[in-house]
Design a protein around this ligand. Structure first.
Ligand code: ATP
Ligand code: MG
Length: 325
């Protein structure tokens, strides 16, 4: 198993500074997720680790070895992209084994490794099919198979699930997590989906404008976000965040309370509000209130009776408020 260490990595495209000094240690065998808004530098950082992009300065160590100037093929990594670009005229087996064929490995060895890989990914019954006869999730598994067969020390994933529908995405989340447990390999996974980050990561790296905003395990980021940026990014629906007068009254620069940490009452509470919008999700209901704050989002029981225009009082749960100074 192999660790990945970044030391003050920077990247500029011309005058545009995209990665602004990233220090990071990803432990051997860890599932590390890079998360952050579009354009914050997630893919660029991943490509720098892979060697597809060169850093402007800084150091990259893979398994303790300085690979800053090494070719991608010498880094012991495999990368899986959002667009999985399978060869349409090749079968699943040929797609998975393509890299080994290219390297002119013996046919028997390729066949054996394709078989093992297909077993891991539950693709064994599909080996003779062409990509067009596969579902999106199956195609993505073939793309992952192409990576696994090379037995990399580190897997790099760039938004591999974003082309899939919601139910397939959640199934693939589970499969990737199980694959990680089975292979024990180090995995670095880029997404802008905070649900993927929360559910899959051992370690989440929140990036903001080319800098690391916070690093931690999912529940640490949820419970103790270091900044309003992290607070707003982790958790869904998003944390209610208030600056200005509200924050000043609460004795901080930014005051935050999560929707699930608000109790609603018909008769009393800290903030009086009017129901503006109701989203029934089934198990939960999300309520949008107009208050003096001015607006507040709260999560409540699925079947709680509610109506637009109704008066409700909202109160923060004890010890669940966030005060950013
Ligand atoms: N080859 C390039 N030349 C110039 N600018 C680039 C190049 N590649 C990326 N950028 C810029 O660098 C910034 C970071 O891009 P990057 O692709 O790393 O973002 P990202 O976090 O992966 O975003 P997304 O979630 O949209 O994929 C963006 O502003 C982008 O326009
Ligand atoms: Mg990207």
């Amino acid at each position: 198993m192999t660790s990945v260490v970044l030391g003050d990595v920077r990247k500029s495209f011309g005058s545009l500074d995209v990665i602004k000094g990233v220090d990071l240690t990803i432990e051997a065998g860890e599932f590390c997720v890079f998360v952050g808004p579009s354009g914050c530098g997630k893919s660029t950082l991943l490509r720098i680790i892979s060697g597809l992009e060169t850093s402007t300065s800084g150091k990259i160590l893979i398994g303790g070895k300085d690979v800053t100037d090494a070719e991608p093929s010498r880094r012991g990594i495999a990368m899986v992209f959002q667009s999985y670009a399978l060869y349409p005229h090749l079968t699943v087996a040929e797609n998975i084994g393509f890299g080994l064929s290219l390297a002119r490995r013996p046919k028997a060895e390729i066949a054996e490794k394709v078989k093992q890989t297909a077993d891991i990914l539950q693709l064994s019954h599909l080996l003779d099919r062409k990509p067009k006869a596969l579902s999106g999730g199956q195609r993505q598994r073939v793309a992952i198979g192409r990576a696994i067969i090379r037995n990399p020390q580190v897997f790099l994933f760039d938004e591999p699930l974003s082309n899939l529908d919601a139910s397939l995405r959640s199934q693939m989340r589970l499969e990737l997590t199980e694959l990680h447990a089975k292979l024990g390999a180090t995995m670095i996974y880029v997404t802008h989906d905070q649900v993927e980050a929360m559910t899959m990561a051992d370690k989440i790296v929140v990036l903001n404008g080319g800098k690391v905003e916070q690093v931690g395990d999912p529940m640490t980021l949820y419970n103790n976000p270091a900044s309003p940026f992290v607070a707003g990014f982790i958790g869904s629906p998003k944390m209610n965040l208030f600056d200005g007068e509200v924050a000043a009254k609460e004795g901080c620069k930014t005051y935050g309370i999560r929707p699930e940490h608000i109790t609603l009452s018909e008769s009393e509470g800290k903030w009086r509000g009017t129901v503006r919008h109701i989203e029934r999700l089934g198990a939960d209901t999300v309520v949008f209130l107009d208050t003096q704050l001015p607006s507040l989002v709260a999560r409540t029981d699925g079947d709680r009776p509610l109506s637009i225009g109704q008066t409700l009082f909202a109160s923060p749960m004890q010890h669940k408020e966030h005060r950013f100074v």
